[in-house]
Design a protein around this ligand. Sequence first.
Ligand code: NAD
Length: 492
Amino acid sequence: MDSKIETRPFVGGRHIDARERESFADVEPASGRELARVASAGSETVAHAVAAAREAADRGQWPRMSAEARANVLNRMADGLEKHARELGALEARDVGKPLSECVNHDVARAARNLRFFAAAAQSWTQEAAFSEAKFLGADVRLVNLTERPPLGVGAIIIPWNSPLMLATWNLGPCLAAGNTCVLKPSELAPLTCLALGEIASEAGLPPGVLNVVAGLAETGSALATHQDIDAVAFTGGVATGRKVMAGAAESLKRVMLELGGKSPNLVFSDADLKRAARGVARSIFRSQGQSCVAGSRLLVESRIAGEFIGMLLDEVRRLRIGDPLDEQTDYGPLISAAHRERVHAFVAEAAAEGAEILTGGKAPERPAQGFYYLPTILDRLSPRAHAISEEIFGPVLTVQRFDDEDEALALANATRYGLAAYLWSSKIERALRVAERLKTAMVWVNSFFLRDLRTPFGGAKQSGLGRQGGRYSLEFWTEPKLVCMTYGEEK
Ligand code: NAD
């Protein structure tokens, strides 16, 4: 990997000049200064990238290679990510503003694991065969029904800015392992590590055109999602954009997977291990400064322990070390942009104007003075109709609501259009199972936060998404089930 930051599109196995010769500023959240000037891929460059992916899908060797041979390349890509873990982690930390330790130890490590996981999953995926009987032309015959799983063709992968490498590989892993080619579009707010992926892929022996990377604004994503030669779109981002992607894909009936936003509740019952729950709740909302789709942004706490629990939570907030993302000691960095910080603060200011109590935070810290920092914030006594309760803030803001029994807890938890995750803290197994069953979310964590086996379904219910990722769910998305039916049994 070249240590110079590459900002041009990666198409057909090399970085090229974007045809439109336009660029945008990629700003470093911790300093507010321009980190890189990135070439913007307009519709012509997008079309060029799609053509390269199409050529590799229709005439290249990748879709026709054995799963094992493809797995070898993906495993070498994972080796490349691990070899450059510090460099990539530091680039991610500068571009996104997440603490270095989280970028290196979690995001880059998980990116490598994503590729290795899907390399192995595609190799061990057994296809189905069904045997049955029928009458054909007056004779009894046996049918052998084979379900084959050829790749779909060319995929578009569009991702947000909060975990670029992790989310890119989470989608690229199954897309490529199943034999597809693709065009990846990172967010304009943090495109650098994805642009570095192209070179790592080439070094690992990925054939030219199999992975193409185009950076750009909404128009770039839209040009990609609506392109007639794209067979499937895997989109991760906000609900409003997801709606546009789905509408754009309708024209050519593309397969669409949507991984969207959330407003996930943390339900804390009085029988929970409160210390553990306080650490878990604080981590679920303030990790990555709340800029995570699965952030546990609503605290629903049993009334009789609310005071004690909030006290414990405030202790957890005091322990957070706010600082430069590149400092190994930092566990809380800046928000992604000035505009995002303004948006986050607008929710807090509106709630406060309506009578909410700001228990902590609610403003930018005095230090660091530069950059887009915003203090971890807890809001109590909100109006039940407050936007801070109903809308995804995607920032470090936790709202508090109280309940007296399970029914009330569930009514509050389910009163949202989102349905991504829920966290439930209780030491009673019967309660955990009973409440988990009635929560209208696609994922429920009991006494833990975000640990999971990559074979299990990840995704969102209600308006949090469409489709599931993980293990065979991802492989099913990226392949076209195809029946080949044969008969035998008649003697000739
Ligand atoms: P966003 O929807 O603004 O942008 C996501 C991506 O879509 C970016 O690359 C953007 O350039 C592109 N885009 C913008 N307009 C487009 C259009 N019309 N057509 C095609 N592409 C377009 O989201 P964001 O602000 O980057 O990310 C935050 C959101 O992502 C939050 O809602 C968060 O919950 C969600 N998210 C979801 C998951 C998940 O797995 N469910 C994971 C991470 C983030």
